[in-house]
Design a binder for this molecule. Structure first.
Ligand SMILES: Cc1cc2nc3c(=O)[nH]c(=O)nc-3n(C[C@H](O)[C@H](O)[C@H](O)COP(=O)(O)OP(=O)(O)OC[C@H]3O[C@@H](n4cnc5c(N)ncnc54)[C@H](O)[C@@H]3O)c2cc1C
Length: 482
């Protein structure tokens, strides 16, 4: 029986392992941390047992491969994916108002809600509409890859979108908050994603995880891998990749040193003790799904010299900022709502009191606010300052006035402090650095949300697709060599 080692337990690694195991391959999945899901992981706060998410994750309607993976693993999506009913509150700084939008009923409703929006003038709305129609006509044949060299903002400006419109929260929400990224976004990445999501309106519907993602979604996938004869080894960090004559011959792994749970394990910088290193040679192939910055850290000069892999050190993943505040006060209006358009670093906030069943039934808890944003520009703020900033931001929303520091039962900040010197893999110019799932090294495959896929958008679905594509190539390789 062939044996494949999969490194990393984010959506990509789990998807790759599941595909291989279901094809009868013996799989060992090794991952650095304890909590499965990578950047889509969760863990329990030691102080109160409540769930901390690495980043609030939205599951869009077009995540068909991710949903299929979860279903095969016995996950009941009706119970574990919460429908927030497509209601948003957008805080528009221009008119200092909170706008309630409800997009549930289809494109006509969306247009109606857009025209009702008082945060911009009629001229601006018509201007946006004109650019939209022009853009749709232009991209009818597909989104060309050359647009990766263009910022989405520049693309919109070139087509006549007014710069004032681009300052509105509603535009910035779609450009920044949705991607938790205050910098520029590749026109290719964003337009292609919109094209995929918009192909059928229902495919753009989103769901939130109704509980900690590691527990409700990823552990069942790992159990399925194990039930198919696979092994899941936690607390093992890949520390070296040995290649001889163009063939992968060994992987080196070691347990990471103790690490605070608040600092997620996807960061490559977790130290290991060389004395504890294991050298693995008993495998036919390996799929690496660790983030590009973590992979670059352990690539030898010989691997870095391979042109197909030379772009890896240039890529990075988003540096998120997540703040959880469990509060006595409750949100009196619109509990099925996501609030967006808050000032940076805050992209959006969700009240998980309504979303998680275990919070819903907890009478001591008024709200479980989860803010998601970006660290960039706020690196030097301490946690208390960030908390105050977040609470002040939501207090402006009618119905949310009760959120003060005194009412906070507990708060946790998740910071990653990743290097901003690399390309985030949805930034303009990043596409040319992305490798494919196959590499020139025999037996070595790559997966993850940062490899080339037909979707090319850093999200859970892309990671699942990336993992499955790598597994498919690996199966072909094993078949050819059996
Ligand atoms: C704040 C935030 C919000 C997001 N919101 C959304 C959203 O709403 N919807 C959505 O679809 N996506 C969202 N994403 C993106 C999504 O989380 C990623 O696209 C997805 O997790 C990528 O999966 P992956 O398997 O490619 O990599 P990762 O999730 O990064 O997993 C990599 C794995 O490799 C492991 N690893 C790292 N180094 C080593 C090593 N040396 N040895 C062994 N293992 C190692 C890590 O521990 C981890 O298990 C968000 C991301 C963030 C950060």
């Amino acid at each position: 029986m062939s044996h494949v080692v999969v490194i990393g337990s984010g959506p990509a690694g789990l998807a790759a392992a599941e595909r291989l195991a279901s094809e009868g391959v013996r799989v060992t999945l090794a991952t650095m941390g304890h909590h499965l899901g990578g950047k889509a992981a969760s863990w329990r706060d030691r102080r109160n047992g409540r769930v901390v998410e690495h980043g609030q994750h939205v599951m869009m309607g077009f995540y068909d491969q991710m949903r299929a993976l979860l279903r095969r693993s016995g996950v009941d999506l009706a119970r574990t994916a919460y429908d927030p009913d497509y209601r948003f509150i957008i805080w528009e700084a221009r008119d200092q108002r909170a706008h309630h939008l409800h997009f549930e009923d289809g494109p006509l409703r969306m247009i109606f809600e857009g025209f009702k929006y008082t945060g911009m003038s009629l001229a601006e709305k018509l201007n946006f509409f004109g650019v939209l129609v022009q853009g749709l006509a232009e991209l009818a044949g597909g989104v060309p890859e050359s647009l990766d060299d263009t910022c989405l903002s520049a693309w919109c400006l070139e087509r006549g979108l007014s710069p004032e419109f681009m300052q509105t929260a509603i535009f910035r929400c779609s450009r920044e908050a949705q991607l938790n990224w205050p910098g520029e976004i590749s026109a290719y990445t964003m337009l292609k994603t919109l094209a995929v999501a918009g192909r059928d309106y229902t495919t753009s519907q989103y769901r939130l995880p109704a509980g900690g993602m590691s527990e409700i979604w990823w552990e069942p996938v790992a159990r399925r891998v194990e039930s198919l004869g696979g092994f899941v080894r936690r607390h093992l960090k890949l520390t070296g990749i040995e290649v001889e004559d163009g063939r992968l011959v060994a992987l080196r792994l070691a347990p990471p040193m103790p690490h605070p749970p608040e600092r997620p394990y996807f960061e490559g910088v977790v130290p290991t003790d060389p004395a504890t290193e294991e050298r693995w040679t008993d495998f036919d192939a390996a799929i690496l799904t660790l983030p590009p910055a973590a992979l670059a850290e352990i690539m030898s000069p010989a691997l870095l010299a391979i042109p197909e892999l030379a772009g890896v050190p240039k890529l990075s993943t988003a540096a998120p900022l997540g703040l959880h505040a469990w509060h006595r006060a409750s949100v009196t209006r619109g509990p099925r709502t996501v609030v967006a358009g808050l000032g940076n670093p805050l992209g959006f906030v969700v009240d998980n009191k309504a979303v998680y069943p275990e919070y819903r039934d907890d009478p001591s808890l008024g709200a479980a606010l989860h803010f998601v944003g970006q660290e960039t520009g706020f690196e030097t703020d301490d946690d208390e300052t960030l908390l105050e900033r977040c609470l002040a931001s939501v207090r402006r929303i009618p119905g949310w006035e009760g959120f003060d520091r005194e009412g906070v039962l507990q708060f946790t900040v998740v910071r990653s402090r990743l290097s901003a010197r690399r390309y985030w893999n949805a930034e303009p110019g990043s596409l040319r650095h992305k490798p494919t799932a196959t590499t020139p090294v025999t037996g070595l495959f790559l997966g993850g949300d940062w490899i080339r896929t037909p979707l090319d958008f850093p999200c859970m679905e892309n990671a699942v697709r990336g993992g499955r594509i790598a597994a498919k190539h690996c199966l072909d390789f094993l078949g050819a060599n059996s």
